[in-house]
Design a protein around this ligand. Structure first.
Ligand SMILES: Cc1cc2nc3c(=O)[nH]c(=O)nc-3n(C[C@H](O)[C@H](O)[C@H](O)COP(=O)(O)O)c2cc1C
Length: 159
């Protein structure tokens, strides 16, 4: 079994919809134990228990939201202990070319600093799942795929 934790922040529900779709994709993978948590209810203990962490934020001025950043900053207390876990990121933004990629990178960068493992994607949406406002059916497909890929890799690495 591999534990997959999906953490999200969402004010108007768009990023939350993506989180639910990512969970659906991850649950398709045999051996994945999937939990979705709002960032407000996420503890450092939750991060430590997970084998795969997928973090989503609305795009706020091209970056992750303050709540997601606060969790990441708090995680300095467990620095070194997330090493080797699988990571992934997702975001909902208000437009295209308006900060979604930099938001994904802001999350992935923190994960890399933690020593986590990130798998890119050769098809479109190379860096994670992104949606303009609420996810449409094509965006949901990318979300399912992100969940499946992180779960599959986490299980493989647990071996
Ligand atoms: C404080 C704030 C900053 C935002 N900054 C951006 C931005 O830089 N680029 C963008 O495309 N959308 C921006 N938006 C729009 C949100 O990213 C977008 O509405 C998103 O779908 C909200 O996700 P949510 O429904 O999960 O809260 C911003 C919204 C707010 C409230």
């Amino acid at each position: 079994m591999a534990k997959i934790l999906i953490i999200y922040d969402s004010k108007t529900g768009n990023t939350k919809k993506m989180a639910m779709a990512i969970a659906q994709g991850a649950r398709e993978v045999k051996g994945a134990d999937v939990v979705v948590k709002k960032v407000d209810n996420t503890t450092l203990g939750d991060l430590l228990k997970a084998d795969g962490l997928i973090i989503g934020s609305p795009t706020y001025y091209g970056q992750m939201s303050a709540k997601i950043k606060a969790l990441i900053d708090k995680s300095v207390k467990i620095h070194g202990r997330l090493e080797g876990k699988v990571g992934g990121a997702f975001t909902s933004s208000g437009g295209t070319a308006s900060g979604a990629e930099t938001t994904l990178f802001s999350i992935l960068q923190a994960m890399l600093i933690h020593g986590m493992i990130i798998q890119g994607r050769a098809k479109d949406k190379h860096y994670g799942a992104a949606s303009v406002e609420a996810p449409k059916s094509k965006d949901l497909e990318t979300c399912f795929d992100l969940g499946r890929r992180v779960a599959t890799l986490a299980i493989k690495l647990k071996g």
